[in-house]
Design a protein. Sequence first.
Length: 78
Amino acid sequence: MAIITCTRCMQTTEALPEPPVGGDLGVTIHSRICPDCWEEWRTASGQMINHYGLNLGLPEHRQQLRKVMKEFLSLEPA
């Protein structure tokens, strides 16, 4: 398993076993985010979906969630 330095928590640890989402974003997450931070995001994303009443069947809601995910995981500036 690959060793990475997480861009969110700055800890050096093993990478996720595989990309958690498809496409280039999944590859980026796999190479830059640790399993602990990914689990934190999974919990936070559920709370966010419920709090804001996001419908992931709507492209604009998926885009909104993806933007917040990138900020949460420190993949792009807030």
